[in-house]
Write a new protein. Structure first.
Length: 268
């Protein structure tokens, strides 16, 4: 299984995953043209895509959904509440391409096992995904206001994790956002702070070489170096080691991460 985070942030989100001949997007939050360009940058042919999974209906996750589905006749999977809440800008999606995958359900397509992860966010029925092939596993969990035990259990033992580290609380509180937006971001329906992200990772990671991609960083209320430093300090202060034991990576709003293999870790 190989993957690339094509884009991450408030301006657009999309993850590309390939497993054998099966190739999917998780979210399509850029324009169709941008998605095609990002895919080509990592050596992927958009015409070989097999499906699109959707986490929730916010425009930074579905901007190019309709275009990609219609252009390449791609089946789309999301839960019923998310289907009902899709913005009109997505356009008409043929009924033959519409598939319902409820939060908490699982699905097997080709060699890929797909597990949905219910999360808390100000959307109709948001969810993350854990994707597994044989013993390799990758999870993407962003846009969540808090981490509960169910989420911890569902991402435990994952080899590669795309995980939210949205904001620094002090930067957000001191920043220029209106208070109602600050309150939403800080709420249980908002986004994870660097500190909350690090504390959750303490519960998730075993320190056996996991790859963690810090995602959905705010361009106004965070900086990459601060997010990495905060999480690294939280992990190391609790005895976890970064480096060979676990690795923190960046994601970007304006370019994809390199296409990399998900490495099965000998930890089970």
């Amino acid at each position: 299984m190989k993957f690339s985070v094509l884009a991450s942030g408030s301006s657009g989100n999309s993850l590309y995953v390939e497993s054998g001949d099966f190739r999917i997007l998780v979210d399509a939050g850029l324009s169709g043209k941008q998605l095609e360009q990002r895919l080509q940058q990592v050596g992927a042919d958009p015409s070989t895509l097999s499906a699109i999974l959707v986490t929730h209906e916010h425009i930074d996750h579905v901007k190019g959904l309709g275009v990609m589905a219609r252009r390449y006749q791609l089946p789309i999977y999301m839960n019923e509440k998310t289907w009902d809440a899709l913005p009109s800008s997505v356009g008409e999606i043929p009924p033959t391409l519409q598939n319902v995958l409820e939060a908490g359900a699982t699905l097997d397509i080709d060699s890929l096992h797909i597990q949905t992860i219910p999360i808390s966010h100000d959307a109709a029925d948001p969810m993350g995904y854990r994707l597994s092939e044989d013993r390799e596993s990758l999870a993407i969990v962003t846009d969540l206001g808090y981490v509960n035990q169910r989420i911890l259990d569902q991402v435990s033992g994952v080899d590669t994790l795309i995980w939210e580290s949205n904001h620094d609380v002090s930067m957000l509180r001191m920043g220029s956002y209106p208070w109602n937006i600050k309150r939403r971001i800080l709420s249980d329906l908002g986004h994870l702070s660097n500190e909350d992200s690090g504390e959750a990772l303490l519960e998730i990671l075993k320190g056996v070489g996991e790859q963690v991609y810090l995602a959905h960083l705010s361009q106004d209320n965070n900086v990459v170096e601060l997010a990495h430093l905060t999480i690294k300090q939280i992990l190391e202060n609790s005895g976890a080691k970064t480096g060979r034991d676990l690795q923190l990576h960046e994601t970007h709003p304006d370019r994809p991460t390199p296409l990399r293999e998900v490495r099965c870790l000998a930890k089970r």
